[in-house]
Design a protein around this ligand. Structure first.
Ligand code: KIV
Ligand code: NA
Length: 266
């Protein structure tokens, strides 16, 4: 299987929904890759891997280390890396420098950046210079200090219109796809109808051109997850049970057994 390309992702608009999941480590990437179209090295790794309170403290170095691991663990999906907070907002030139650096460090194909109308010139600057950009509108977690939390966006007419305008601006600037996160469903549908590139929903709508979730969320690694997460397994419960059995086996000397120990040569 050849690795999918950005034009192939673009062409998926209106077709079979795109399948995207986050991946931060090589083994997870290996397991998810055959089933996905896009692997996202999300800055959600700040909370999921590092226990940080938000994505705001995540650094370019963290994204580069995990991005390289995910590229090494995949051969089919397009790998997209989140630009962390502070690495792209100041100017298109700064964004280009950091995005080029992270693509060189990792071998990933594209970057994702949060923001709407204000970021559109940056999306254009990068797209016209060889760096494919995935947009991200609606609930943008890096803006948590402005938004005050992670509640769904677009409940008022003013906010709804702004989010649609954001998506249209980013699409017209050349984004190859746009994540639409945490918005009331009619907005996700309106955006999907209005923009030429695929929309990828999370807490959005089944009518989006694709869906994304944090892999650890959909695998059931956490006790509590937001409304928009469907848990497809209970890995937390299964890991706890396995570790409980291991601990009991160690303490009772049932582990290691004869199959796990080396006999001397005779
Ligand atoms: O960082 C992340 O995981 C994301 C997705 C949830 C879209 O940005
Ligand atoms: Na993110």
């Amino acid at each position: 299987m050849k690795r999918l390309t950005i034009p192939a992702i673009r062409k998926a608009k209106g077709g079979t929904p795109l399948v995207m999941l986050t991946a931060y480590t090589v083994r997870t990437a290996q397991l998810l890759d055959p089933h996905c179209d896009i692997l996202l090295v999300g800055d959600s790794l700040g909370q999921v891997i590092y226990g940080l309170p938000s994505t705001v403290p995540v650094t370019l170095d963290m994204m580069a280390a995990h991005g390289a691991a995910v590229v090494r663990g995949s051969y089919h999906s397009v790998v997209v890396i989140d630009m962390p907070f502070g690495s792209y907002e100041a100017s298109p030139e700064k964004a280009f420098e950091n995005a080029a650096w992270i693509l060189k460090q990792t071998g990933a194909a594209a970057v994702k950046m949060e923001g709407g109308e204000a970021m559109a010139p940056t999306v254009r600057f990068l797209s016209e210079r060889g760096i494919p950009v995935m947009g991200h509108v609606g609930l943008t977690p890096q803006a948590v200090n402005i938004l005050g939390g992670y509640g769904a966006r677009g409940r008022s007419k003013v906010e709804a219109d702004k989010i649609v305008a954001d998506a249209v601006a980013v699409a017209e600037a050349g984004a190859f796809a746009i994540v639409v996160e945490g918005v009331v469903e009619p907005i996700a549908i309106e955006i999907t109808q209005k923009v030429v590139c695929p929309t990828i929903g999370i807490g959005a709508s089944a009518e989006c051109d694709g869906q994304v979730l944090v892999a650890e969320d959909m695998l059931g690694m956490f006790e509590r997850t937001p409304r928009f997460v469907k848990r497809f397994d209970d890995l937390a419960g299964r890991i706890s049970a396995a570790v409980e059995t291991y601990a009991a086996d160690v303490r009772s000397r049932r582990f290691p057994g004869s199959e796990q120990t080396y006999a001397p040569k005779d």
